[in-house]
Design a protein around this ligand. Structure first.
Ligand SMILES: Cc1cn([C@H]2C[C@H](O)[C@@H](COP(=O)(O)OP(=O)(O)O[C@H]3O[C@@H](C)C(=O)[C@@H](O)[C@H]3O)O2)c(=O)[nH]c1=O
Length: 180
C-alpha cells in the first residue's frame, strides 16, 4: 500500500492520502509507510506517539517545540473530524507566517506531514474528535510552546472556542522571533 503525498504551497509540508480498504468487516487504514515518505525525500524517525479526544469547537494550538527539541509530525484523525492548520515559522522561508488549513477526518483518511519549523493546531469539528500524532522527538516541557491561534490571520469559524489557558497565554505571530 503506497501513500500519495501531495506537496503543499508551504515547502516541505504534505497532505497524505492514507491508503485504505473496505470489506464486509469494516475499514483498514495504513497510517505510516517509511518507503513512501522516503520517496518524497522525507527522513522521519518515530520517537513518540500520542492522541487526544476533543469536544466540538475545541481549538488546540498553535504549538511547536523549540530547538534542539524541534520536530516533524504526522497527524491524522481516526475518529470524527478536525480542521487542521499549520503555519510556516522558518526564518528566511518564502512562505514565512503563511498558514495552510485542511480537514482531516475518519471519512477522508487524510494526514499531514508537518516538517520542522512549523506551528500546528486544529479545531474539532465533531464531538469526540480524535487527533493522532507520530512525532520525531520526545516531549520536552521546557521547549513546548506556541503562538496565539487568533494571530495567524486564519478565520477559525467559531466565536467562542473551548481553549486552554496556556494556549491563550501565548504571544502573537507578529511578536515571534523565529527560533527556526
Ligand atoms: C504534547 C504533550 C503534552 N503532555 C502533557 C502536558 C499536559 O499536562 C497534558 C496536555 O498537554 P497539552 O495541553 O499541550 O495538549 P495539546 O494541546 O493536545 O497538545 C498538542 O496540541 C497539538 C496542537 C499539537 O500539535 C501536539 O503536538 C500537542 O502540542 O499532557 C505530555 O506529557 N506529553 C506531550 O507530548
Amino acid at each position: 500500500m503506497q501513500m500519495q503525498l501531495l506537496p503543499l504551497p508551504l515547502e516541505g509540508a504534505y497532505l497524505i492520502t492514507l491508503p485504505s480498504s473496505q470489506d464486509v468487516r469494516g475499514t483498514f487504514v495504513k497510517t505510516f509507510h517509511d518507503t513512501s515518505l522516503a520517496a518524497a525525500g522525507i527522513s522521519f524517525t518515530l520517537r513518540e506517539s500520542y492522541f487526544s479526544f476533543s469536544h466540538k469547537d475545541v481549538i488546540r494550538g498553535m504549538h511547536f517545540q523549540l530547538p534542539p527539541h524541534h520536530h516533524s509530525k504526522v497527524v491524522f484523525c481516526p475518529r470524527g473530524a478536525i480542521l487542521d492548520v499549520i503555519v510556516d515559522l522558518r526564518a528566511g522561508s518564502a512562505t514565512y507566517g503563511q498558514y495552510y488549513a485542511h480537514e482531516l477526518s475518519e471519512d477522508n483518511h487524510m494526514a499531514y506531514f508537518i516538517p520542522e519549523g512549523f506551528a500546528h493546531g486544529f479545531k474539532a469539528l465533531t464531538d469526540g474528535a480524535m487527533t493522532y500524532y507520530l512525532v520525531s522527538t520526545e516531549y520536552s516541557r521546557d521547549h513546548d510552546t506556541g503562538i496565539r491561534y487568533d494571530s495567524i490571520g486564519f478565520d477559525w469559524g467559531v466565536k467562542e472556542p473551548i481553549i486552554s489557558a496556556r494556549d491563550l497565554s501565548f504571544g502573537t505571530l507578529a511578536d515571534l522571533k523565529s527560533p527556526f
